[in-house]
Design a protein around this ligand. Structure first.
Ligand code: FES
Length: 87
């Protein structure tokens, strides 16, 4: 489990083992566009302000992954206890 902290709204959303970060955000009523939900299209790409994502997508390049400044919440998770998102 890890936590998503939302910079703009000041909210935090817990992501459990059995759900994606996107599901957790949608479950909390946070509107976020998504399409493939398989880490392919990049529609859900979300900026990260703090924290280290665990990239599980297939749409970012190696260089984009290394920057750790965005992630795809439909499939990707966190290595750090929380991610601060620009949401
Ligand atoms: Fe397609 Fe997340 S919805 S990459």
């Amino acid at each position: 489990p890890f936590e998503l902290r939302l910079q703009r709204s000041g909210r935090s959303v817990r992501v459990g083992e059995g759900q994606s970060a996107l599901e957790a955000l949608h479950g909390a009523g946070v509107p976020l566009s998504a399409s493939c939900e398989q880490g392919v299209c990049g529609t859900c790409l979300t900026p990260i302000l703090e924290g280290e994502p665990e990239h599980r997508d297939t749409c970012l390049t190696v260089a984009e992954r290394a920057r750790n400044d965005c992630f795809t919440p439909c499939v990707s998770r966190a290595r750090s206890p929380y991610l601060l998102l620009d949401l």
